[in-house]
Design a protein around this ligand. Structure first.
Ligand code: 5GP
Ligand code: MN
Ligand code: MN
Ligand code: MN
Length: 267
């Protein structure tokens, strides 16, 4: 990914410039950290808001949730908005109750995992099909952990009616959308060049046109893509910046740099 190809005010973490003005908000995106990152092994730039798009852990064991939460706690951002991914099994209680033995030798307590992340403090905000408004700027963030079914992992949903219903809950005034997985056709290609993103999510995004959509899940899709939406009169061109922030590679190595973007005050 070359820096030249990035939209205005979007940076990879090694090439950050100053905020355009002090009243802009700096967002730092990571995803799919899978317990492979620490303060020593992975650089997370400073900023106002951290966004983590899920797959916090290897397989959602309580000590793995704790390690991930402690790492996030130790970061300097005032708000740290986090969603789960398909690997974070204990955070999906109904799923875990049924399938825990596929992942763990002994059963963990889902309630403890959920409590650990929901009540972590230190600015951590956990979103599961819900919104958070950033108090200082008024930006509305919506987060959802669901991805299209693939080998029966946590927060998997069938394509079609089930996921359509999930995405219908995204409020139309959402500025920043966080999901674990990509929409169809955007930074969603696997190593075999198959586009595995969610068509139903793409459809909802076309209705809402959020400013930013941050996701991960398809590690090899890491990167940034700006979509300029067609308008009837060609005025007021809206665009959505899509960010696949997967921090680890397909081989689970923490080699993809954090992606940073700045947004102006809302008026
Ligand atoms: P994870 O297991 O961390 O959720 O995803 C890791 C990798 O599994 C991705 O980078 C991708 O290569 C593969 N993967 C995840 N979901 C899908 C899917 O729905 N279809 C295909 N073909 N591969 C997937
Ligand atoms: Mn502390
Ligand atoms: Mn992952
Ligand atoms: Mn995933």
């Amino acid at each position: 990914m070359s820096q030249q190809s990035l939209p205005n005010h979007v940076y990879i973490s090694s090439k950050i410039q100053d905020k355009p003005a002090p009243d802009w908000t700096r967002f730092v995106c990571v995803s799919d950290t899978h317990n492979k990152v620490s303060l020593e092994t992975y650089h997370v730039p400073e900023g106002d808001v951290l966004l983590h798009s899920g797959d916090l852990t290897e397989v959602g064991k309580l000590d793995q949730i704790k390690t991930a939460v402690n790492w996030i706690k130790s970061l300097p951002h005032k708000h740290k908005i986090v969603i789960a991914g398909n690997h974070d099994s204990t955070l999906d209680k109904p799923f875990y109750e049924e399938y825990w033995s596929k992942f763990h030798h002994y059963k963990e307590n889902s309630d403890d995992a959920i409590d650990m992340i929901r009540n972590a403090g230190h600015g951590i905000v956990y979103l599961e099909d819900e919104s958070f408004t950033i108090p200082e700027s008024g930006y509305q963030v919506y987060g959802s952990p669901y991805t299209p079914r693939f080998y029966d992992w946590a927060f998997n949903g069938d394509r079609g009616p089930f996921l359509k219903e999930k995405w219908s809950k995204i409020p139309p005034d959402t500025h920043i959308l966080m999901t674990h997985g990509p929409p169809f056709g955007i930074l969603d290609a696997t190593v075999t060049k198959e586009n595995v993103g969610c068509v139903d999510l793409l459809q909802r995004i076309q209705e809402i046109k959020p400013l930013i959509h941050v996701f991960g899940h398809i590690h090899e899709g890491y990167g940034v893509f700006e979509k300029k939406w067609e308008t009837e009169n060609n005025e007021d061109t809206k665009s959505t910046i899509f960010i696949n922030a997967s921090s680890v590679t397909r081989a689970y190595k923490p080699q993809n740099k954090a992606i940073v973007f700045d947004l102006p005050p809302l008026n």
